[in-house]
Design a protein around this ligand. Structure first.
Ligand code: AMP
Length: 191
């Protein structure tokens, strides 16, 4: 199995690049944000719990997200690999993912970390908010809260994977195709 993590702050282009990467490499895309929004749309108890956190730009509790990813991994046996997007976002989630993948004898191959300036992130998210229908994208204070959550809780996840020499920094500014080409170059080196 070939498992990748696409990492970066909100608005760094993870969703856009995931679509292209999954088409090219035949990976199963697992986005915890998408899974949570689907729970909210279906008005499940998990969705109702998650919505309170998401509306404020805060992270959903680890046990909720870990349980969701664990089921999604089990629901997809025999695949080529996973592309994790927006997960793990805390050190606890990273440890839980490692444990889960150890059982499948399929560790993370690499974490691709998109680097984008804060100014550019806010610009992109506000623009996305005009069309995405996501209430957490059209409010600047919620956007700033999400970026703060990233800095205080999520950035450390890169340090966690650095100790295993798995982090690859990729410049996340430029055109979609330029960024995609940079990601592919790094993936092909490790495939
Ligand atoms: P995203 O679509 O990745 O930007 O995620 C949207 C929101 O979903 C985040 O602001 C969090 O509230 C929640 N969320 C998504 N993934 C996670 C995660 N791995 N851990 C905790 N909360 C998450």
């Amino acid at each position: 199995m070939f498992n990748l993590i696409l990492f970066g702050p909100p608005g760094s282009g993870k969703g856009t690049q995931s679509e292209k990467l999954m088409a090219k490499y035949g990976l199963k895309h697992l986005s915890t944000g998408d899974l949570l929004r689907s729970e909210i749309n279906r008005q499940t108890p998990l969705g109702n719990e998650a919505q309170n956190f998401m509306d404020k730009g805060q992270l959903v509790p680890d046990e909720v997200v870990i349980g969701m990813i664990s089921s999604a991994v089990d629901d997809n046996p025999g695949i080529k690999g996973f592309l994790f997007d927006g997960f793990p976002r805390t050190k606890e989630q990273a440890k839980a993912l490692d444990k889960l993948l150890k059982l499948k004898k399929a560790p993370i191959t690499a974490m691709l970390a998109l680097e984008v300036s804060e100014e550019e992130l806010i610009k992109r998210l506000l623009k996305r908010g005009e069309t995405s229908g996501r209430s957490d994208d059209d409010n600047e204070s919620v956007i700033r809260a999400r970026i703060n959550e990233y800095r205080s809780k999520t950035a450390v996840v890169a340090d966690y994977y650095k100790q295993f020499d798995k982090v690859v920094m990729v410049k996340g500014e430029g055109t979609i195709d330029e960024i995609f080409a940079r990601l592919c170059k790094e993936i092909d080196k490790r495939a």
